[in-house]
Design a binder for this molecule. Sequence first.
Ligand code: NAD
Length: 297
Amino acid sequence: MTAIVIDGKAFAAKVRGQVAEHVSRLKDEHGLVPGLAVVLVGEDPASQVYVRNKGKQTVEVGMASFEHKLDVTTSEADLLALIDRLNADPNVHGILVQLPLPDHLDSDLVINSIDPAKDVDGFHISNVGLLGTGQRSMVPCTPLGCLMMLRDHHGSLSGMNAVVIGRSNIVGKPMAQLLLGDSCTVTIAHSRTADLPGVVRQADIVVAAVGRPQMVPGDWIKPGATVIDVGINRIEKPEGGTRLVGDVDYAGCAAVAGAITPVPGGVGPMTIACLLANTVTACCRANGLAEPQGLTA
Ligand code: NAD
């Protein structure tokens, strides 16, 4: 079997198109402009690239982008004061604090100071609890993007066996909650899982979120399964230079799977698209308006 390639780049463009339509309707019918504030502390090069991309795409879909770049020495009190101002600002519907923060800042404290209704990353403890209890919440962007691609490919996920490899708070755990919400039978595997190959071989859906280059070989995959590769790892090429690979051996898995997301061009582009979707959702909720269909969990 040769797997269908799930094109995350094209899917993300479609999601951004839907977001842009909603933004335009909100402007025309209600005079509202959804706004996303992104806070970056310090000069981590990867974070700077992410923040630039987020700002660019926010503007491209017609939303307002507010970038706050703070010095690496910024005190916790100053950062919390900025978040307070953004919480109170009616033009800001979404707030994202770019992680990781410098060591002297307490990430949990900072994230939990964001108004949960504006927490478009879905990391606030209230949103974690709401998701875990199946209530309306802001959903973390990367797992939301994975869920959208799975729903698009399969229609209903009900009754499917899903194995999520990785138990992080930002990907593995919320991914498992979302799959449970769609009535999958869910296993969360991790670094201490006994017989990981045997566990993965039971899966109709495999979501790999480990951060280890190409660790899932094709012979762990049940024929016809769907493989969602969240990993983004940079490896050296034999001829020199580097390239990006995921957490699965793409060629090996694609030969057995029914469908697979590539790296790059799979889950990655969906993450920012879902951030924009969450910002529109937050704007609609803040104004008592109907939420956009198909852009939330
Ligand atoms: P993390 O380091 O927080 O968590 C990794 C998880 O993998 C841990 O729960 C650990 O138990 C598990 N693990 C480690 N070694 C293992 C092993 N040998 N067998 C089974 N499980 C093992 O990572 P994260 O933040 O969840 O990110 C995971 C990957 O996804 C990384 O490559 C990251 O770059 C990528 N990522 C991509 C996006 C995106 O937008 N596409 C977003 C977030 C993370």
